[in-house]
Design a protein around this ligand. Sequence first.
Ligand code: ADP
Ligand code: MG
Length: 297
Amino acid sequence: MSIKVENITKVYGSQKALNNISFEINRPEIVGFLGPNGAGKSTMMKILTTYINPTSGDAEVNGHHILTDTKNVQKSVGYLPEHNPLYLEQYVREYLSFNANVYNVDKSRIEEVIMLTGLTPEAHKTIGQLSKGYRQRVGLANALLHNPEVLILDEPTTGLDPNQLIDIRNLIKNLGKDKTVFLSTHIMQEVEAMCDRVIIINKGEIVANKKLKDLRDGQAQIVIVEFDYRVEDAFLLRLPNAKKVKNTHDFIYEITFETSEDMRSHVFDFAHDNQLKILQLNQKNASLESLFRELTS
Ligand code: ADP
Ligand code: MG
């Protein structure tokens, strides 16, 4: 077990930010911690990284107790905090080498994490000269310096543009192949794109803990497609397993399919056969969205 949380409660003054939370995470696994703002995500992550103590309850990271074995917990986790605090006037290598010293990590590791996070072309700049996407990479590189088994990433993709978003998502997915990744987000598509499992938190309580695969199996899929021209709903309903069509905007359609199969290639072939041009094509999990709405609104 990589992360084991047992009955954690955190009270700030008169406010209960976490109320008796328990869950477990294995390695390797990418788990999305999903919840609206103020749900308690960052609080949970700060507790797991030993930045703050819980009011009651206990947790283990990589077999080490957060209260009694703080040093080993810190050795086991790489943490990207919510606002990724960086010194803007420092050079990328300077920043990483400062932290390598703190962690007592061999200097050769700096070039390794620069490569791993795709920072090479920007590594000669100061952090202040980097785009938000590259700053996130610096934060990730920093979290990876001591090659931790567990990565705790607090909203790693917030504020990134669509290209940066895809890059960082791919990076995290790759890291998740042999590490435990626990990442928070308030964006459902994020969970869809990256995670094996989702834990949904609302007002300090866990309201769902499910494998994405189980959510998908036997559930409806929604494909969002944009054509270059108007298409009749009835025409789109000819697609196999199509149950509902909703024209959400100009030439954008949400097609609900009653199947767990990914229907995007069918939509693509259908468009091709009917001389329609596709401008965008996305899939979303109807069940995750309805689950989230139902549990957090
Ligand atoms: P999330 O990361 O899900 O947005 P947080 O864990 O940051 O949520 O916050 C959970 C709740 O605890 C919020 O209502 C927030 O205002 C409150 N909170 C967080 N940190 C503190 C603090 N240091 N002092 C008082 N209240 C806090
Ligand atoms: Mg937060």
